[in-house]
Design a protein around this ligand. Structure first.
Ligand code: ADP
Ligand code: MG
Length: 261
């Protein structure tokens, strides 16, 4: 089953003097349960692409199917509902709120979803446990490290049991050790919850740890390749190791099994 199908997507921003073509002729298919990296130079269109995937913005042309539904024609209210229920964001622009505790931040999506306070707290503590931060629940965001902040952001993204997790440069300001910890965290979640994960990074070593790397340049997808090292993570790699790395976009065999739980 394909979670995401982008068909000939274009995005042109017209809010500046000169229109900016941020994406052009983008075709991308992501199967359920895949863990995929998007790389590319600064300004190449990665964040624009993530905003489209996350229904935070709409394409100028082309079609977006999310779980088989043509969402590119949906109205704002329908999009907001889908976002709340299906998608977890780990975006740099969605920073933790400093006036709330760590656990309060993780609870936020549940507040919007109308979950009662007691249940909310319980779920948030459980999520913090999942990312190894249960003992930091009552800290303030300014009392934890950058790596811990990203782990809190991951916990918050998981609050509504999203089937799709979008992370835009979640390791952006982190050192190698903290970056690896974040990617391992995402990998584990991918394996344990079966969630589809798309992570933007400028670091090829980080991208290597995912199943598949899509490279964006000047608004185009210029390469789309399966990564070789999935077995390092104990993941059954159904791909033949001698098989060429490039795979057609509809090939679903390289996606991790959903039954790993
Ligand atoms: P990346 O995340 O790969 O660094 P972006 O997706 O942020 O790249 O940007 C792609 C291109 O679109 C850049 O040229 C950027 O300046 C432009 N862009 C992004 N957002 C807007 C916007 N809201 N208005 C006008 N241009 C934009
Ligand atoms: Mg960006």
């Amino acid at each position: 089953m394909n979670v995401i199908e982008l068909k000939d997507i274009g995005k042109t921003f017209t809010d500046r003097d000169e229109p900016t073509k941020a994406l052009e002729n983008v075709n991308l298919t992501i199967a359920s349960g895949e863990f995929i990296a998007i790389i590319g130079p600064s300004g190449s269109g990665k964040t624009t692409l993530m905003n489209l995937l996350g229904l935070l913005d709409s394409p100028s042309s082309g079609q977006y199917l999310l779980d088989g539904e043509v969402v590119s024609s949906f109205k704002d209210r329908q999009l907001a509902k889908l976002r709340r229920h299906k998608i977890g964001f780990v975006f740099q622009s969605f920073n933790l709120l400093t006036r709330l505790s760590v656990v309060g931040n993780v609870e936020l999506p549940l507040v919007y979803a109308g979950v009662g306070s007691k249940q909310r707290r319980q779920r948030a503590i459980e999520l913090l446990g999942l990312v190894g931060l249960a003992d930091h629940a009552n800290f303030r965001p300014n009392q934890i490290s950058g790596g811990q902040t990203q782990r809190v952001a991951i916990a918050r993204a998981l609050a509504n049991h999203p089937s799709l997790i979008l992370a835009d440069e979640p390791t952006g300001n982190l050192d190698t050790k903290a970056s690896n910890a974040i990617i391992e965290e995402l990998r584990r979640l991918n394996r344990e919850t079966g969630a589809t994960i798309v992570v933007v990074t400028h670091n090829p070593e980080i991208a290597d740890q995912t199943d598949r790397t899509v490279t964006v340049r000047d608004g185009h997808i210029v390469s789309d390749e399966a990564n070789r090292h999935q077995s390092d993570h104990g993941q059954a790699n159904t791909a033949d190791p001698h098989r060429p790395a490039r795979r057609p976009s509809l090939d679903m065999t390289a996606g991790p099994s959903r039954s790993a739980k």
